[in-house]
Design a binder for this molecule. Structure first.
Ligand code: P6P
Length: 372
């Protein structure tokens, strides 16, 4: 009977968050409404990604037309969205409007538009930061809510054409005064984040989320169109057997990173070498690290002194999740979440994963700075 009861007791992501919000008596359901719009965006992208091969949506924006030579991605100018609710009430309508007649949009641009419209139409956001938009998006005052969402709508999109898993990454903050929101409200340390998550579009569609009370994983059941709790209370193993880094950058690494990777390959304590697993899509590499343990590194190097990954919508959300799952996240100088970005698309080096593994690289950086 227990198994039967379990099978019919569908713990959807919405129900799970409602339960968690129950712990905050003052909450009026705003967060749950915001999350339901993020979930809708993820369902849309999952469906578009699955259809991509058929609908010729594959590939990046601007790849074929003339401006591609100047900018790989369309960076829309700053814009305020007005009256969004009246125009597009549902991302699916948006999608069909866009594909009917118009030149089909590419997945990265399409995903961004769907998330922006879904977040604005939720009426719970006042400022958005997207990897796809050069400037922050300040929502029309009539539609404003108290949250800021920083997101990468389709991270790893360069992998679309070969079918490697890609994903959406997001972080959520509360804004003190939504009617006077400024860029300063967005450029805050990751320690102020309320919630973070990612949705991985792979062999299955998995949404991993933390609202500050542990990490839970949900898998999309396409027959229901619902994300069902499949990975309750994820905890990353204390130590792992995998290191994940782009070894192609080894020539440019600084000494502590080089020493650490050397230790992974030629351990001096008689332990067996770690395995190297590197997919090149952050969501996929981080998801494997979270479930199997180990360490993911995107270090600084001479080519990119601040590393490659972006603070607001790659480093912060993934660092938040790692800490909530009992792991660590380090920039080479300090705890990743304590960094305060100066600009919207700032980058930061990142070492995240199992507690003991990150501890080792922290010790190497500490000893280097003490000898300098
Ligand atoms: P590299 C994908 O383009 C991305 O932004 C992340 O998803 C991924 O972790 C990283 O870049 C891969 O970078 O330089 O190793 O190809």
């Amino acid at each position: 009977h227990a198994a039967e009861a379990q099978r019919t007791d569908l713990m959807t992501i919405t129900r799970h968050v409602l339960n968690e919000q129950g712990r905050h008596p003052e909450s009026r359901g705003d967060f749950t409404i915001l999350l339901s719009h993020i979930v809708l965006g993820c369902k849309f992208v999952a469906s578009a990604v699955n259809k991509a091969g058929l609908a010729k949506l594959v590939g990046l924006a601007g790849e074929t037309n003339v401006q591609a030579s100047t900018a790989k991605h369309h960076h829309a100018r700053a814009f305020t969205i007005t009256g969004c609710r009246s125009v597009i009430t549902d991302p699916f309508v948006a999608f069909h409007l866009q594909t009917r007649g118009e030149e089909q949009k590419k997945l990265d641009v399409l995903s961004n538009e769907v998330f922006v419209k879904a977040l604005v139409s939720s009426g719970r956001t006042c400022v958005l930061v997207s990897e796809e938009n050069e400037e922050a998006i300040f929502v029309d005052p009539a539609l404003r809510g108290k949250y800021c969402v920083c997101f990468d709508p389709l991270d790893g999109s360069s992998n679309i054409d070969c079918g490697v898993s890609i994903g959406t990454i997001f972080g959520i903050y509360m804004i003190k005064d939504k009617d006077n929101v400024t860029l300063g409200d967005v450029l805050q340390p990751g320690t102020n984040m309320l919630a973070a998550g990612y949705c991985m579009y792979g062999s299955s569609c998995t949404l991993v989320l933390s609202t500050g009370n542990g990490v839970n994983g949900f898998t999309l059941d396409p027959s229901l169109g619902e994300f069902i709790l499949t990975h309750p209370n994820i905890k990353i193993p204390k130590k792992g057997k995998i290191y994940s880094v782009n070894e192609g950058n080894a020539k440019n690494w600084d000494a502590p990173t080089a020493k650490y990777v050397e230790k992974c390959k030629y351990p001096q304590d008689g332990s067996s070498p770690k395995s190297l697993r590197y997919i090149g899509s952050m969501v996929a590499d981080v998801h494997r690290t979270l479930l199997y343990g180990g360490i993911f590194l995107y270090p600084a190097d001479q080519k990119s002194p601040n590393g490659k990954l972006r603070v607001l919508y790659e480093v912060f959300p993934m660092s938040f999740l790692m800490e909530q799952a009992g792991g660590q996240a380090f920039t080479g100088k300090h705890r990743a979440l304590e960094h305060a970005p100066a600009k919207l698309h700032d980058r930061s080096p990142i070492f995240l994963g199992s507690c003991d593994d990150v501890e080792e690289i922290k010790a190497l950086y500490a000893s280097e700075s003490s000898t300098v």
